[in-house]
Design a protein around this ligand. Sequence first.
Ligand code: FE
Length: 264
Amino acid sequence: MLTKLPVHIVGQAERLARMSRVAAIVRMSSSAPSTGFFFRQLFDTVSSTYTYLLGDMKTRDAVLIDPVLEHAERDATLVKDLGFKLVYAMNTHMHADHVTGTGKLKSILPGTKSVIGKSSGAQADVYVDDGEVVRFGGYELLAKSTPGHTNGCLTYICHDQSMAFTGDALLIRGCGRTDFQEGSSEKLYESVHTKIFTLPDHYTLYPAHDYKGQTATTVWEEKKYNPRLTKSLKEFIHIMDTLNLPYPKMIDKALPANRVCGLF
Ligand code: FE
């Protein structure tokens, strides 16, 4: 027998039904996608360094590019929250302006391997050279040697996603300095012109730093608007020779630490 419920109970039942429908929708939308490429740009305000977390949503394998020591806990928490397994903690080069977080990440997330360029002069578990590939899940990063800022500078290219991580070889409307750490303006000019500007125009470029709040650029933009690298080699060398930059304040602490994965 059907009993007629008082109006306030009907209202409550409707509210409960609505709440459970909303909860179901929230559950659906908060469940992680099971395929695809994951990308996250992270920032260190002290050294203006960008760290990148890349992951394969299907296999849950991930890599971090250019992690900063002071943010190792932040990055490890993000990796864990998202259900990733950090396969590699990599550096584009041996940094002089901050201490790398790779060593600390290895201790927080056991199983992680550190990666750096063969010519960097730094210790790591895996050394990569020009033309070698770093794999995580179904994705890969192709390492291209782009010396000039340092000898061991690598640009990591993800052709699948039309993106490249240029480290300090190419910055947004700028480039890394060439006046210390085996710096060579001539080499940097050649690296950028032969290894980065030869990528398809639409590729997005992610630098290791930006000091003006910009986050990314593209190959065509830099080929058209980079105030240094659109010049002739002679003009570029002159620009780099007359920058008159101050001595890097972190260099005496950062280099010895970065030679040993940031663990000192
Ligand atoms: Fe650098």
